[in-house]
Design a protein. Structure first.
Lengths: 395, 395
């Protein structure tokens, strides 16, 4: 008989063994997330998931999109031209850059856009550099793509990118630097001056290496920006930027799986990249969004969660937590707060809150112990109800 | 400046260079498929796409599934328990094997199920063996997964698997054998005796290699079976079988992207495989089906295209083509015919038909020159209208 113990491939094992997934999984088990998430008294501030019924216009857009207009309504759909045109118009409005419809490579959401962005320019063994705290899936996606993750820490004071640390971490194998602004979990928007400094570092390093370093700009929160703030895409300052976007945040419907990888107008060799991404989309498992979501996109592009309401919730929570003695930055965008943990052991702190029916994510899950994350997709009511628990936990 | 010409990764280039994709792309360009597909006089027999309006019950099922029942309706959705239960019940009914709901790993369709099936058991450098004519995407999916495709030809007389050829092609690096029954493009259903002989060969080779060889059973047509025929899954005869399924064929809505990788009840180490597939689904780009399609699945599991009508169309076309002098097998399942080309150059034959407004796929695209494929998802009217062109092309 064949020897046992080698059913699951080493490659799948290597993904499961990544630091961020391991910590993420361990946390979910520790608080019995799957078991508890249905409890009515639970106040769940963990993930960017909706906590109230979806708005009627969102449901109406889907409702309209399922009514077939022709025989091909549910046929194989790569990129629906109307969907590409709507996505390009939306990104043009946001950034001021003249994105072409054919450069909007529609995907099954942000995860796929990131994976495709890595695979289309990087070879196995190349390095992908990103900043801590990171989104939990950069590392698994990189490992699956055969890339080597290289991590640097953000500036702990400003929560901005640490440009010197990035410059020092670049090697001849560096192919991609991930930038995530507005940032999950810090809520920080990177200002033009910071992005220009990064661009200068990457331009110089590309020349030194004799090989281009790309920015992979992870921008699912680029429309969740609070008053007085302005989002700038790194593509404005660095031509070799690939933009990954998901509609799951702006519409707060992350289960519906539509997003894109966008090629900015100044990016060279866009035609070759378009063809290569499309072929990769077949080969990785037909990573094109489903037909209904593509039909709905022109309408969905006009919709958004209520940013003003989210901003009031941000202010209420930041003010209340600060009043209790928490140290917390006022985020410039996204729907997260990332306060310091009052206990040095953020996992113990999160456990103590969970004991009070309030779920948050400990900073250790983001490889940043001493902090914790609160998702403001919770309702205002949930926020109010949670305040006594937050007060008791720091008391 | 960085040296030019290395924007697109070699890995993406290697996928684009695969024989089957290259031939497939060349064929689409040769007949100007994208340009012509909207022409009203065109009779399109190329792909398994719908050619008439979707049935009302299908649209009603989607309509019902978009109405949110709770706050989490459009939230991140991995495997919806009701969807898994419905999928398991359906496969139990079809095969008689007691599939467990938790072993139905829902994916964004058949492409993803095949890719995940390869990645979860095979290491880069392992060999995956499949038979010609193949589905056009086995090779690109294998190359993207880092696997080495090994091709054998089916028995040209019986259209069955050539078990001796498979046995001879197995090496110490063989990890997966793909079986596609009912077969695209031949319409052949592999009988139990053939599958038992394959199982015996793989059992012996696994022992000889000291490493298990898996069957990856690609079964999207397992419910499109004509009267007097019976489908058997290889899982009935070989425990180490992974089943890939897509709802896109049974429902003739391939743009809606839902399917699964199923772990048969006799397969050892199912728990480890389940965990590894789920983690891979995150890392390859969140390859879970969208929330609406999962909510719709219990209803969609009960639906199917009209097989009796398809069978009458098969008989009409086989009889008519045979009467004209074409050599064509009567398919046991699927919605394809795979006749011999009356010209030795099947591409020239397909071009001549295209000149008569009838589009078919030349056998060369399936690495099987001298044949051509007709998709019977065309309507009865389209079939009738095309008969004069088929008659003229052989005249």
């Amino acid at each position: 008989m064949p020897r046992s113990g080698h059913t699951v491939s080493h490659r799948a094992g290597a993904i499961a063994a990544t630091e961020s997934l391991r910590l993420f999984w361990a946390f979910l088990q520790e608080i019995d997330y799957v078991g508890r998430r249905g409890e009515s008294e639970l106040l769940d501030f963990t993930f960017g998931d909706p906590r109230e019924m979806s708005p009627a216009p969102y449901v109406a857009a889907l409702h309209d999109a399922i009514v077939p207009r022709n025989e091909s309504w549910f046929a194989y759909t790569l990129y629906e031209p109307e969907a590409q045109a709507a996505a390009a118009a939306g990104l043009r409005r946001l950034t001021g850059l003249p994105f072409a419809p054919e450069d909007m490579l529609l995907t099954t959401g942000g995860f796929a856009a990131l994976s495709l962005g890595m695979k289309v320019v990087a070879e196995p063994g190349d390095e992908v550099l990103f900043s801590l705290p990171p989104w939990f899936c950069y590392e698994p996606i990189a490992i699956e793509a055969g890339l080597v993750p290289v991590k640097v820490r953000i500036d702990p004071e400003t929560l901005g990118l640490d440009i010197e640390a990035i410059a020092a971490a670049i090697t001849p194998r560096t192919r991609i630097v991930i930038v995530n602004s507005p940032n999950n979990p810090t809520g920080r928007i990177y200002e033009p001056e910071l992005l220009m400094r990064l661009a200068a570092v990457l331009e110089e390093a590309s020349t030194r290496n004799g090989r281009r370093i790309f920015i992979l700009s992870d921008e699912p929160y680029n429309r969740i920006v609070f008053s007085g703030e302005r989002f700038c895409t790194p593509a404005e300052f660095y031509a070799h930027t690939l933009i990954a976007y998901s509609y799951g945040k702006t519409l707060l419907a992350p289960g519906q799986r539509i997003g894109y990888l966008a090629l900015p107008p100044a990016l060279p060799e866009r035609e070759a990249l378009r063809e290569a991404v499309q072929i990769l989309q077949f080969a990785v498992g037909f990573a094109f969004p489903n037909a209904v979501m593509q039909h709905a996109l022109p309408e969905l592009e006009t919709q958004s969660i209520d940013i003003a309401r989210l901003e009031r919730r941000r202010d209420m929570m930041v003010d209340a937590l600060t009043g209790m003695g928490y140290q917390v930055h006022r985020p410039q965008g996204t729907f997260y707060l990332f306060p310091r943990s009052p206990l040095p052991d953020d996992a113990a702190f999160a456990r103590s809150l969970a004991g009070r029916n309030v779920l948050v994510v400990p900073g250790a899950v983001f490889e940043t112990p001493g902090f914790f994350r609160i998702s403001l997709t919770a309702t205002d009511e949930m926020c109010q109800q949670a305040l006594p628990a937050f007060a008791a936990a720091i008391g």
